[in-house]
Structure formats: structure tokens, C-alpha cells
Design a binder for this molecule. Structure first.
Ligand code: ZN
Length: 358
């Protein structure tokens, strides 16, 4: 809970978070999906026959995982994972029956809908738009002019035409809310939160004390019967998992953010300078043996027959180039390079196609 330390002395007077905290937590929330998808991709590529289906249903698996995590955080910390990491919580703007600002059950369900289902639906719409636009550009969208498909074809064209405008309007509304929030005109930074009557606040000192007290409570009270202790085991396991999630997930997300920064385009030049080794210098020319074949005066000549090479073939042990018949015969007889006398075999011959013209 070190992330709360910055707000310990601020009390409830400055409970409203700044736009920087809002943007930071939203940026962090967007990292989870690529991380899960990447992990699934690694698993699927390790054994495509067994785990290939995981990659195909990556978005749906991420949806299930995020539902479990976000519902856990909403239930225990009154906020999403990223909001909790930045010491923020969701409070109700409409007083409930207990005259406090805790979320009602309906607000908690709507929060879950906004955090999990809406991003999934938006992602699927984006993917559909990209697919249909590609089909439209390549002309394959109208390649099946059957009458029964004409209705869907019109729907697809309307969708391709309208979706960018709807997307623009959606983003513009969010931008307007950001501006209103920056200038303190509105206490809510998101239209969705506005609709369901929720705003974000920083954790207060009291929240942190209550949270720490809950964590320090013994999971199984003393002087209980064996049956009650056994029945309390699932509760203990849940609390242990909760603790692991609360402490381990922020560390994992921080690591992912660091990796994202490390491989980002802004940092690419630095990474390349560190990761890339210099190009090694070319190998030195092997020295001709004292009693070896003399090198011809012209580089196009064969060192063995002294004529212009036919079917030029390099010997990889030394790098010198000969006619293929000449060097093949020489290797079979002597088993070494004619020029350097380095031990060589016919399998080290490499045919060069420099004289082939298309
Ligand atoms: Zn030759």
C-alpha cells in the first residue's frame, strides 16, 4: 500500500484526484489486455496442436479473467485494479440508505459492465469495422451479389460509413468531460460514471487504516471445532489469493509497463544502441602455402588451370574460387585446398552463380 503514502496527510479536503492520476490509471488499465494476449500467444505457439484454440479465443479468455479480477477488486476495494493501484476508489454521488458514499449493488454491477463488457464490445466493433473496411477496399464485400445477402450488404455499408462518426462522437464526449473535469466544472471525468452517479476519490487515511485492519485480522479464530476450521479453509484460501492479487498484480503491471517502455518507439534508439552488437570485421585472407598453387594475375582465372573459370565454385575452408571440375578433381586426389593446403572436403564446395544472367 505504498502508493497511498502520498495522500496520507491530505485528508478528505483534496479527495478529488487530478487529471494526471486519472489518465495514469486509465493508461495502466489498457496494459492488461496486451499482456494477457501475449501470454496466451506464447502458450499457443509452444504447442499449436494442443493450445491453438487458446489463441483463437484470447479475447474471450481475457474477458473472463478480467471479470473475475475486476469483480474481486470492486467488492473488496470499491474500485478497479488500476484505480486501486493509484489509491483511488469509486464513491456514489447519490446518498444511499446508510447515508454514506459506498456504492450500491446496482452501481457495482454497472461498474463491472463499464469495466469489462463495454471495452470488450468496443474491441469487437473495432475488429468488425477493420474487417469490413478491408473487404470493402479489396472489393470482396460485394463479391456475392445474391439477393438474400443484399440486405446485409447494405447494413455493412451503412456500418462502414457511420462507425467512424460514432467513434469520433464517443471520443469527443469523453474529451469534453476531461476538459470540464480539468477546469473543475464537473466532478466526474467520464460520461459513463456520470450516468450511473459515480465519481472517483482518493483513498483517505481512514480507508487505509480500515483496509490494513482487515488484512491483519486472523482468518481462523481460536478455540473453534475441527469442523469449523475445515469449513474456514476456503475463506482462508480466498483471502490468500486476494492478498496475492493485491500485492502481486501491481508489481506485475509495473514490470509490464517497464517492458512496454523499453520496447517503445521513443526508446528504440537507446535499446538498439545497447542491444545491437557492432558488425564484426571481415575475416582475414588465408595465406597461400609455400608450395601451393600460385594465384593467377587476373581474379577471373582459376588458380589450377589458369584459364577463365567455368562453373565458379568457392572452397569454404579458404574462400578461394576455382572451376568446379578442377577443384572437385583436386580435392578427391589431395583432400586440401590447392592454394592454402588447408584440410578440405568436397562437401565444403559452394557453387557461385555470379555468371548466371536472368
Ligand atoms: Zn580451372
Amino acid at each position: 500500500m505504498a502508493e497511498f503514502a502520498a495522500h496520507l496527510n491530505q485528508g478528505t479536503l483534496n479527495a478529488q484526484p487530478t487529471i494526471f492520476e486519472i489518465v495514469a490509471q486509465e493508461s495502466m488499465a489498457s496494459v492488461l489486455r496486451p499482456a494477457v494476449i501475449y501470454a496466451l500467444k506464447v502458450l499457443a505457439s509452444s504447442n499449436p496442436d494442443r493450445w491453438g484454440w487458446i489463441w483463437r479465443f484470447g479475447d474471450e479468455l481475457h474477458l473472463c479473467l478480467e471479470y473475475i479480477l475486476q469483480s474481486h477488486y470492486l467488492r473488496n476495494f470499491e474500485g478497479s485494479i488500476s484505480e486501486h493501484f493509484y489509491g483511488l476508489k469509486r464513491v456514489s454521488r447519490t446518498p444511499n440508505n446508510n447515508a454514506d458514499d459506498k456504492l450500491s449493488s446496482l452501481q457495482r454491477y454497472l461498474s463491472l459492465l463499464m469495466l469489462v463488457v463495454l471495452p470488450y464490445a468496443k474491441l469487437k466493433l473495432d475488429q468488425l469495422f477493420e474487417r469490413l473496411r478491408e473487404e470493402y477496399v479489396t472489393g470482396s464485400l460485394s463479391s456475392h451479389p445474391a439477393r438474400k445477402r443484399l440486405y446485409f450488404l447494405h447494413l455493412k455499408r451503412i456500418f462502414i460509413y457511420l462507425y467512424p462518426f460514432l467513434h469520433c462522437a464517443w471520443e469527443s464526449i469523453f474529451l469534453c468531460y476531461y476538459m470540464l473535469y480539468i477546469f473543475r466544472v464537473s466532478g466526474v471525468h467520464s460520461p459513463l460514471l456520470h450516468i450511473v452517479g459515480i465519481s472517483l476519490q482518493r483513498f483517505t487515511q481512514r480507508d487505509i487504516v480500515v483496509h490494513n485492519l482487515q488484512r491483519s485480522l486472523p482468518t481462523v479464530p481460536y478455540r473453534q471445532t475441527m469442523v469449523k476450521q475445515i469449513l474456514a479453509i476456503p475463506c482462508s484460501v480466498t483471502r490468500l489469493l486476494s492478498s496475492l492479487l493485491a500485492n502481486g498484480l501491481p508489481i506485475a503491471v509495473f514490470s509490464l509497463k517497464f517492458i512496454e517502455w523499453w520496447y517503445s518507439s521513443d526508446n528504440r534508439s537507446t535499446v538498439q544502441s545497447v542491444m545491437q552488437l557492432p558488425v564484426p570485421s571481415p575475416p582475414t585472407q588465408p595465406k597461400p602455402a609455400q608450395h601451393g598453387a600460385q594465384l593467377p594475375p587476373h581474379p577471373a582465372q582459376c588458380p589450377l588451370c589458369k584459364r577463365v573459370r567455368t562453373n565458379p565454385t568457392a572452397l569454404s575452408s579458404s574462400g578461394y574460387v576455382f572451376c568446379y571440375p578442377c577443384i572437385h578433381k583436386y580435392l578427391n586426389q589431395h583432400g586440401c585446398c590447392p592454394v592454402t593446403h588447408l584440410p578440405s572436403a568436397s562437401k565444403q564446395l559452394v557453387r557461385l552463380y555470379v555468371d548466371i544472367v536472368n
